[in-house]
Write a protein that binds this ligand. Structure first.
Ligand code: NAD
Length: 235
């Protein structure tokens, strides 16, 4: 990996697991005791908005009590010290990359700490609850929803992601199951575009066969080790 200059890093729920935030597909395919279809689709929101808003209110409250772990800190260090192009594309809706100090971060599935007004289309920073139907700070309408991309909705900033993949020498996937598209397809896109590919995950993901190399173990250990390796190879 000595000729690497431009890196795209995809992160998923697994990087935040050791910070105490549940991954999506923990035991039984439930997310915090809920079926994904009941809390993470536009249809669920239409059917039972109170259930969905309460669910995200709890998640939003919970993440504010969690701290970034050694894997988030290692990526923030890489971001600060790497002088080539680098982009952290996260599927996570928590803000632990930013709180660890990473700057080149893109949230393709939105952010818990934003509310999106469906009346005026403006996104506002949001740390409180939405169940009480607060007014949008921009237009005053009570039309705020979580700024989270649900199943069946289009992820954000796909053009920026593909531009980064086109220029990447290395694509690294960290803590993601390879089950949720389009993110799960990035490894194949990256390969076709000529990048080397590396998986860092607790166990082999569904897409593990697509990677040139895979290292398995807890993110706090293997991400830190990989970052030190990258920085020492390129010093
Ligand atoms: P996922 O839950 O489907 O998969 C998590 C992966 O992380 C698994 O392959 C698992 O083996 C691995 N993993 C678990 N603990 C790990 C550890 N300590 N170190 C390294 N790897 C570990 O998550 P995903 O692929 O990100 O998928 C889906 C969706 O879940 C995303 O859309 C995301 O928005 C949402 N989500 C986000 C959060 C968050 O923001 N923290 C939490 C739960 C779900």
């Amino acid at each position: 990996m000595t000729s690497i200059r431009n890196i795209v890093i995809l992160t998923g729920a697994g990087i935040s697991a050791e910070s105490g935030i549940d991954t999506f597909r923990s035991e039984g395919g439930l997310w915090e005791q809920h079926r994904v279809e009941d809390v993470a689709t536009p249809e669920a929101f239409e059917r039972d908005p109170d259930l969905v808003l309460r669910f995200y209110d709890m998640r939003r409250e919970a993440i504010q009590t969690k701290e970034p772990n050694a894997a988030h800190h290692a990526l923030a260090k890489l971001d600060a010290e790497w002088d080539g192009e680098l982009l952290i594309v996260t599927q996570n809706v928590d803000d632990l990359h930013e709180r660890a100090g990473a700057r080149r971060v893109l949230h393709m599935h939105g952010e818990h700490l934003n509310a999106w007004c469906t009346a005026c289309d403006v996104r506002s920073p949001w740390t409180g609850t939405l169940i009480d139907r607060p007014a949008c700070p921009e237009c005053g309408e009570a039309a705020l929803r979580p700024d989270v991309v649900w199943f069946g909705e289009m992820p954000y900033q796909m053009d920026e992601i593909f531009a980064a993949l086109r220029g990447a020498d290395l694509f690294v996937s960290i803590g993601t199951s390879g089950a949720v598209y389009p993110a799960a397809g990035f490894v194949r896109n990256a390969r076709e575009l000529g990048a080397e590919t590396l998986e860092l995950n607790l166990e082999p993901s569904q897409g593990t066969a697509w990677f040139d190399e895979a290292r398995h173990g807890p993110a706090t250990r293997i991400v830190q080790a990989w970052v030190e390796e990258m920085l020492s190879l390129h010093r």
